[in-house]
Write a protein that binds this ligand. Structure first.
Ligand SMILES: Cc1ncc(C[n+]2csc(CCOP(=O)(O)OP(=O)(O)O)c2C)c(N)n1
Length: 338
């Protein structure tokens, strides 16, 4: 019988927690900060290339939400799987897919992670066990349950992390995925990245009950809900769910409250939010928070500058790689005007 990890008052946005879980060291935090920064710089580079017409199709950026994919993925190993949405460049990077093949994919190049045929929403990489990149909202939740079923069937101890937005929780695939995961006790951690908007619709207009984690109760499934601005917190709390999946084979629904700083996609100017609201969330930027914490933990400004320069070089190299690579034939046929 699954027990709830926590039972927050649904009227409260975020529950209280034991502050000791936030204890960390510079050795643990620095690589996570580096990953978050690389994801942000990669996303910024993608936005720039999109505005220059070098990337076609849709482009959904995760700027502001980096601590969720980085913290959660830090709680699993190489053999474990990740399944994500169309907002998945950061998840792929955190799982080990390089900036070069990710950006080249966005550019529709043959050197892209799926040879330039998938584009931004369809990153997939068998080598790192990154199982996509899905454009159908909520449609990938049963796919994640299927991967977890395979893990259980084979007895290989692998855990699946499945990421989705709160908007996905209103979709049939979400309900089916949860029902199967709970019924068959599948080792999957279902992570709702609640960024508080489904495209331009705020949660209060799309969800009768805004606490998505409560859906777990209908299935006797464990659940958790917390703020996603601290990467160590995300790592620790997802690690609890991963441990449960690994040891008991049971799923958990984890809701992480977060915020995207930009529009839903590149074509969305985000006019449905006030500047003050966005600024308020920017003050809780997970990257600034980690940087400050690293200084408190004794990392020098000089060391941080080195790390940041290293990230800048990595992303500049990846952009050059993407730009210099040959266009995929399909991309050339439909998108590139020659
Ligand atoms: C089944 C389906 N319905 C509608 C869409 C169009 N659509 C794309 S993203 C999106 C919003 C999803 O919001 P959420 O699940 O909260 O994720 P977020 O984009 O905020 O990360 C919608 C409605 C779609 N891709 N698939």
């Amino acid at each position: 019988m699954a027990t709830a990890v926590s039972t927050p008052d649904p009227s409260k946005r975020v529950e209280e927690e034991d502050p000791s879980i936030l204890e960390t060291t510079a050795e643990e935090l620095a690589p996570l900060y580096r990953q978050m920064l690389a994801i942000r710089r990669m996303e910024e580079a993608a936005a720039k290339a999109y505005s220059q017409g070098k990337i076609g199709g849709f482009l959904h950026l995760i700027i502001g939400q980096e601590a969720v994919c980085v913290g959660a993925t830090a709680a699993i190993g190489h053999d474990d799987y990740v399944v994500a949405t169309y907002r998945e460049h950061g998840h792929a990077y955190a799982k080990g897919v390089g900036a070069r093949p990710i950006l080249a994919e966005l550019y529709g190049k043959k050197t892209g992670v799926v040879k330039g045929l998938g584009g931004s929403m369809h990153i997939f990489d068998k080598a790192t066990n990154f199982l996509g990149g899905y454009g159908i909202v909520g449609g990938h939740v049963p796919i994640a349950a299927g991967a977890a079923f395979a893990s259980k069937y084979r007895g290989d101890g692998r855990v699946v992390l499945c990421f989705f937005g709160e908007g996905a929780s209103t979709i049939g695939g979400f309900a089916e995925g949860l029902a199967l995961a709970a019924l068959w006790k599948l080792p999957v951690v279902l992570i709702c990245e609640n960024n508080q908007y489904s495209m331009g619709t705020p949660t209060y207009r799309s969800l009768a009950v805004e606490d998505v984690s409560l859906r777990a109760l209908a299935h006797g499934m464990a659940r958790d809900r917390f703020d996603g601005d601290d990467v160590i917190k995300v790592k620790r709390r997802v690690a609890e769910a991963v441990e449960r999946a690994r040891t008991t084979g049971e799923p958990t629904l984890v809701e992480v409250v977060t915020y995207r700083f930009r529009g839903h996609s590149m074509s969305d100017p985000g006019l449905y939010r006030t500047k003050d609201e966005v600024e308020e969330w920017k003050r809780r930027d997970p990257l600034s928070r980690s940087r400050e914490r690293l200084l408190e933990l004794g990392m020098t400004e000089g060391k941080l500058d080195e790390l940041e320069a290293d990230v800048k070089a990595e992303i500049e190299d990846a952009v050059k790689f993407a730009e210099d690579s040959e266009a995929a034939d399909e991309y050339r046929k439909y998108v590139v005007k020659e």
